[in-house]
Structures are given as C-alpha cells and as structure tokens.
Design a protein. Sequence first.
Length: 86
Amino acid sequence: MHYERTGRGSETIYTVNPRVLRDEIEKKVKSEKLTTVNICRTILALFYGSELREEDDFYVTTTSRGRRNYHIKVNTHTLKPMHRFV
C-alpha cells in the first residue's frame, strides 16, 4: 500500500494492489490457495458491502496489461461504513 495526499484537506487516498496484497498474505498463510481474482472480489465486496460509491469514495484503475488497482479515499465518510460492515 502507498498513499498520496489530495488537494482537499486531510483526505488521503490509499492504493491497494491485489497482487502485492496476495504475496503478503501468502507469506503469513502458507497453506491456503489465494488468487488475485479472489483478492479483487474480496476488495469489491468490502467496498460495495459498505455501500461506498464508485468514483465518489473509491475508484478502480487498470494497467495496460489488465491488472487492477483499487484506490479508496480514506476519511470519516468512508471509514464509518467500512467499520460497520467488517
């Protein structure tokens, strides 16, 4: 994960790369078979289950090779619904 500041006050955007996340999880949980597709679906389930709005609260970018990155705007508006969902 990395972050960047936006121009609007204290809002921070976190970028989640599913492939890097999968690699980090596999270091900790060696006996489970993880795929990048499963990680992507879990991230989207968290966002949509928390009733976050695409483009307003999060957005997805795709690389030229088709890999996706998920970007979430972290503020009180997005953290409260995610906390309730989890």
